[in-house]
Design a binder for this molecule. Structure first.
Ligand SMILES: [Zn+2]
Length: 358
């Protein structure tokens, strides 16, 4: 994601943090001084722990988590694939909020012993509206109760919260995954509108931001599942173009540009003695021309890490690979011989056609 940088690495998972986090730190420092800094660091510690618990259960089911991104509004664990078995999604989704509940249970008595019951309970009574905030501030007590907020907020039964995933998993036992997703998405939209309403009525900007985020995240979740469900019947051979153009490592970028203009292709397999040695896409072509000029050779700018897919590879898996390798095209090979190129546009075309004739 843009504007993030690597903070650390835990259990083989990169923890990235969004730069707006520092705005939050600054804001709370101005608001509460040193206590504000500790509070925000505490919040992010427990958000990270929450995401790591999702990740640990996902890893148990063989689903790799690439990275965890900490945003001002919470954390996101990016999984390499979506769990498709309902019980897996159920357990992965419950693990995060459960970690917060466990923290609440484990630290309840020790904190009462350290802080006294009145100090520990004070933020809880404020959060639940039982007493008015009087300016009393114990940072440990506040950090402790953040876990309750995290658990409750995340268990709202709407996308993109964990509760939405729990709901979809439970509904998936009774209906199709697409229908279950639609229901969770609709609930997500309802919650978003409710938050927006409350944000406007009570003048809470933060609630409005959360509302917008929930609305968009719910929609995007629904769209992704719709795409996956629509294109899952198709594989590479169903869309592969009959002819394609390839190049060689010694070709110059100006030759490649000419090929782009004369063919419908923007991405070219790079072959040497019929063997795939690289792949060059629109991005490398543009970047290469800017950095090294039109006289540069293909071998200087081509990517060497891009794998070839088979004609039998399902479009969903093609799309996953494109995401993983951050590319919009992949070479296609049959028994080691390159026979074409598949692009994101090809997949989009299938999606548009298939979803309109269904
Ligand atoms: Zn979660």
């Amino acid at each position: 994601m843009r504007g993030t940088f690597r903070l650390t690495r835990v259990m083989g998972i990169d923890i990235d943090i969004h730069i707006t986090f520092f705005l939050l730190l600054g804001f709370f420092f101005l608001l509460l001084g040193f206590n504000g800094l500790v509070l925000i660091l505490g919040v992010f510690f427990f958000v990270t722990l929450h995401e790591l618990c999702h990740s640990a259960v996902a890893a148990h089911f063989g689903i790799k988590v690439k990275h965890i991104t900490l945003l001002p509004i919470g954390g996101v664990a990016s999984m390499e694939e979506v769990p498709t078995k309902p019980y897996q999604e159920l357990l992965i989704s419950l693990a995060g909020p459960l970690s917060n509940v466990l923290i609440l249970i484990i630290f309840y008595y020790p904190l009462i012993a350290i802080l006294g019951k009145e100090t520990l309970m004070y933020p809880f009574l404020v959060i639940t509206g039982q007493i008015k905030y009087t300016g009393q501030f114990n940072v440990l007590a506040h950090i402790y109760w953040i876990n309750l907020v995290l658990a409750v907020f995340n268990m709202l039964p709407a996308f993109p919260m964990d509760g939405g995933r729990v709901l979809r998993a439970l509904l998936s036992y009774r209906m199709g995954r697409k229908e279950a997703t639609d229901a969770a998405v609709r609930l997500g939209h309802i919650f978003a509108l409710l938050f927006a309403y409350l944000g406007i009525v009570y003048g809470h900007i933060f609630l409005l931001i959360i509302a917008v985020f929930i609305y968009m995240a719910a929609s995007s979740e629904g769209f992704q599942v719709q795409v996956v469900e629509t294109i899952k019947k198709y594989s590479v051979k169903d869309v592969l173009a009959k002819d394609f153009v390839y190049t060689n490592p010694r070709a110059t970028l100006s030759e490649i540009l000419a090929m782009v203009f004369h063919t419908h292709q923007e991405d070219f397999p790079v072959l040497e003695d019929d063997r795939l040695v690289g792949f060059i896409t629109r991005r490398e072509i543009i970047h290469g021309v800017h950095e090294r000029g039109k006289g540069a050779s293909v071998s200087e700018v081509m990517r060497r890490d891009i794998p070839a897919v088979k004609v039998t590879t399902h479009l969903n898996d093609v799309q996953k690979l494109m995401q993983e390798y951050n590319t919009s095209a992949l070479p296609v090979a049959r028994s080691g011989k390159v026979i074409g190129v598949i692009t994101l546009d090809d997949i989009n075309r299938v999606y548009i056609m298939a979803s309109n004739i269904a």
